[in-house]
Design a protein around this ligand. Sequence first.
Ligand SMILES: [Zn+2]
Ligand SMILES: [Zn+2]
Length: 682
Amino acid sequence: MSEKKKKENDVDAGAAASGARKAPEHKRRAAGASRSGANARAARQQRTDGTDTAAAKTSKPRNASGQRKTGGRRTKAERSSLFDFPDITPDDVVNAAADTPETAVSSRSAQNAAKGRRSGTRDASDRKTETKLRIIPLGGLGEIGKNMTAFEFGSDIVVIDCGMGFPEEDMPGVDLVIPDISYLTANREKVRGILLTHGHEDHIGAVPYVLKQLNVPVYGTALTLGIIKNKLSEHRLDFKPQLITVKAGDKVKLGVFEAEFIHVNHSIADSCAIALTTPRGVVVHSGDFKLDVTPIEGEMMDLTRFGELGKKGVKLLMCESTNAERSGFTPSERSVGGALENLFTANPDKRIVIATFSSNVHRVQQIIDISIRHGRRVALTGRSMLNVVSAACELGYMHFPEGTLVDIGDIKRFRPSDLTLITTGSQGEPMSALYRMAYGDHAQVTLSTSDLVVLSSSAIPGNEKYIGRIINELSRAGIKVITDSVFFGVHASGHACAEEIKLLQMLLKPKYYMPIHGEYRHLAANRDLALFAGMPADHIFMSDIGKVLEIGRNSAAWGGSVPSGKVLIDGYGVGDVGSAVLRDRQHLSQDGMVVVFASVDTTARLILTAPEIISRGFVYVPESEDLLYDARKAAAEEIQSGLSQRKPDIETIKERVRREVAKCLSSRTGRNPMVIPVIIDL
Ligand SMILES: [Zn+2]
Ligand SMILES: [Zn+2]
């Protein structure tokens, strides 16, 4: 990059970050629009003088008013009635090398355009060499969980969210999954910090693991950091993490970036969207959100601020997609209170056991409030429930009179009608408190027909089977189970439905759009909402993890890819369980294992200990003596033949034994256990 160019970039970066020296983008845009008539005239003149045939060929046909014919696409006028998009598309950028740019955004390019085609070419090459804002999703796209996105500009990177995911069925023994952050560790000197939108595991779960590799400041609201502190204390870091508490409305500066936290409603308190001011415009990351006009505590989502940002001009909106397939609006959290209240009224004699997400502080608060109104005490069970409630009480997010909570060990002192239990396990997680209750394995709680179990939750995709198992087990024991599908309203999602997503699109009027946070079907549904609202298809970027979107002053295009994927956590091991280990685990889990043990003397060419066979998970040994005898015989023959070679080699013998024993077992049983030869040369 030339020295001059570099300076321009620096100035631009500084101005965008401070918002002081340069006119706001919407003003520049307006100025650009008024100039575009002159530019178009200049462009037409070039074509009529016959010197610009290349441009004439590449430019699209225009209609009488000088607008490009857009074929099936909406015309500019139609579009702008829905969205305030500046009149420039990636097509324009591609054509810019040969065509005079019709829309001039900066005064510099306007002057260039007036000077003629040569300057236009220079402007296009500026675009090629300008520093781009790189949007790098590292998780959460095309998958549920492990949300993480990096934003890179020049020598600065900031990261939004740092979540974990759950292992798939083909990952036996894996505890959890975190994003591959090798791109960040390779650029560690650039990383200015991690910004957290809220305290859900799919947004913060990887923080302890990532901090071990990348000790950078972490910014989040009080509840978010409160939950993280609990987690970090279990991880025994050998340094003090830099946790910086922010609140909605705060702005923090990180390198060239400025991040503003904006209040949104969600199923955990203290959730934020983040508006990231970058040298290439404002990027809004929605976080997880819904619009709750009657929240339990605090305010409605800060629509005013989103509207202001929209007026100033938003370059890119990254919007969550979880409920994009659902029409309408998500019901208010307050409506759940009404439904639960009705259940309490209708079941005055039962002990009510409610399973919900422990992080849904407002839900837990509502259940406690209703219990108090119905003269009930409340007991909590499940580790995360106790953790979150204690953090929330400490930070002032929950309020109830002393004596409301009773220890789970004391519940036998209360009649069923005087008690509510709030428990974890709403996702059917094995070993969760509800799971143990259902299988009669909970130390303090024994369920009976005098209990009413309420699942005040919805299934995270993939967990339906586990939840079904618990409901079956409880039903078998004659215990009534209420779910949202049985008694409508005992749960409200924390995620925006179609109308709320469209509302955010309309308020922010982004130039570009990227659906995030969801499996592909959710992202596609979100894209369709943007198309329906009038966003041009080529302004919507359907991304994937590792896929880089590069945003320039007037362009947005794919910019290659970076390493991405899943890092598996098993016990204390981070990333040491790779595809080879998983393959072995799958193999073992399917047909079990057979160990062939023998000792030989390769020099004397003797078998010292005849082959013995130990098996696990393969066959029931007492009923398979013939089979195992044959396998031992096959092994002995192979060892003997190996020893009679000119130069007996122990590794060759092992491999031959493995192959022959596997063949023998497979032909007799149709199974393919893992065969491990342990042959020792003494
Ligand atoms: Zn969330
Ligand atoms: Zn989420």
